[in-house]
Design a protein around this ligand. Structure first.
Ligand code: HAX
Length: 421
């Protein structure tokens, strides 16, 4: 049994007991009300689902397992995976174990390379990445075990196997998408490093410095989870609630991350910033930048990287990227433009009067770091976001199966029915 499975099997009985007790004692307590506006407006603020890995508050942002994200910036993605799943910090043995476990599971089946090589050359990298994950569905341990009629209490075990198998393979898949889609040469199928982020960098074939590795570890850690109701996680959880295995569920969720109002905002934000630098042949004055933003808003477009459905403060993940940028890439024109945008966009959005949250979200700074370190193909950025988000989605789904959560099936109403109310 893998070490992480052993750790989880010690935790799950208590979690199940607590959950059952809460349901037995307080199951009928009302925690939310649903207005007609909420029904028409994407269920904003409706509390109707469970997420134990992370929570997001409007004024402070992301907490993972109760710890604020800015307290966790030194963790690498494998450590955050352990923290998401188990709720304790990994000691050095646990970290070594999980890194070895992932390395052993990291060989990607050859047919995945064929699938990727046969996709149209101009496919979006997200379509390639998500198709590669879906193409491996035949490997699902959960689907095989389900056919043999395992008991519901054991669903989490094969779901965890699927989670670790997928997470182990995605650095190679993402790197292959990068090399194929941007004509960098043949796929590199293996790497030397035990470190998940470094292994990815090695398979892209890029030259990387210790600072670039640090940036990549930060990037792949920071995007890991953002509670349960965001489009990608909610979609993945819903698909999985039908007991579709993790290959189906993760791929479905990440298709949602590919939307411009969600994870694609990071590619759109960098394009926006690069357009500014090109138009003004460098970093424009605040006045020119303000006028540029107004032109964009007046043409009916959003300012990518600003606004949020839950947050009402600068996203602490944005702050973490800005802190990294301040200490590593302060001399970059692109980063300077991002900093200057932070000075003026919130006031512009306040004056514009539409966005409920005028502050930057995670996607407002990340692209400037990737660009500085040489990943200039911004269509690829959401794939990096996906690698990281897979850690949270997989963890949430393992826990949902461990708790035996049922099929998701909220009730919809017709206009006539609402009107009768
Ligand atoms: N620029 C211009 N207008 C904005 C805006 C922005 N950055 N953010 C919100 N608005 C507008 C909305 O388009 C909406 O206008 P309409 O009434 O005309 O439709 C109005 O303000 C109210 O929207 P809201 O309630 O404040 O925001 P939502 O909860 O509906 O949506 C979004 C949240 C993040 C989708 C939104 O702020 C947005 O489109 N931002 C730009 C895209 C972006 O950065 N997305 C990434 C979000 C973080 C994330 O998920 N990353 O993966």
């Amino acid at each position: 049994m893998s070490k992480i499975k052993e750790q989880l099997s010690k935790k799950i009985p208590d979690w199940r007991y607590n959950y059952r007790q809460l349901l037995d004692e307080k199951g009928s307590k009302v925690i939310s009300e649903v207005t007609i506006s909420a029904a028409y407006e994407g269920m904003r603020g409706v509390k109707g689902m469970i997420c134990d890995t992370s929570s997001v508050s409007a004024d402070k942002g992301l907490h993972i397992r109760g710890k604020h994200i800015l307290e966790l910036v030194e963790l690498i993605p494998e450590e955050i995976l352990y923290f998401l799943l188990i709720g304790d910090f990994a000691d050095s043995d646990s970290l070594t174990n999980i890194q070895h476990d992932l390395k052993e599971r990291s060989t990607v089946p050859d047919y995945v390379w064929n699938v990727l090589q046969n996709m149209p050359k101009d496919s979006h990298p997200m379509a390639m990445f998500n198709t590669a994950i879906l193409s491996m569905q035949r490997e699902s341990q959960f689907a095989k075990a389900y056919d043999l009629v395992i008991s519901k209490g054991d669903y989490w075990e094969t779901t965890l196997e699927d989670a670790l198998n997928i997470i182990a393979k995605i650095p190679a898949i993402a790197a292959a998408v990068y090399r194929l889609r941007f004509e960098k040469g043949n796929i590199i199928k293996n790497s030397e490093s035990l470190d998940w982020s470094e292994s990815f960098l090695q398979m892209t074939g890029m030259d990387y410095s210790p600072d670039m590795l640090k940036m990549m570890q930060l990037y792949l850690m920071l995007h890991c989870d953002h509670e349960g109701g965001n489009v990608s996680t909610f979609s993945a959880l819903t698909v999985n609630s039908a007991l579709s295995d993790l290959y189906y569920s993760l791929s479905a969720g990440l298709n949602g991350l590919a939307g411009p109002l969600h994870g694609l905002a990071n590619q759109n934000n960098l394009k926006f910033v690069l357009d500014i630098v090109e138009e003004f042949k460098g970093v424009p004055s605040e006045e020119k930048l303000r006028a540029f933003c107004w032109d964009r808003l007046n043409s009916g477009k959003v300012i990518p990287g600003y606004g949020h459905a839950v947050l009402r403060c600068p996203d602490p993940r944005f702050t973490a990227f800005m802190n990294f940028g301040e200490s590593h890439i302060k001399d970059s024109e692109v980063f300077e433009t991002v900093s200057r945008l932070f000075k003026i966009v919130p006031d512009v959005l306040k004056e514009h009067g539409k966005a409920k949250n005028p502050w930057p979200n995670v996607d407002a700074a990340s692209g400037s770091l990737l660009h500085y370190y040489g990943i200039k193909e911004f269509q690829f950025y959401t794939v990096l976001f996906s690698m990281s988000r897979a850690l949270g989605i997989c963890s949430q789904i393992v826990l949902a199966r461990a708790m035996g959560l049922p099929l998701t099936r909220p009730k919809s109403l017709t206009y006539e029915a609402l009107n009768k109310f």
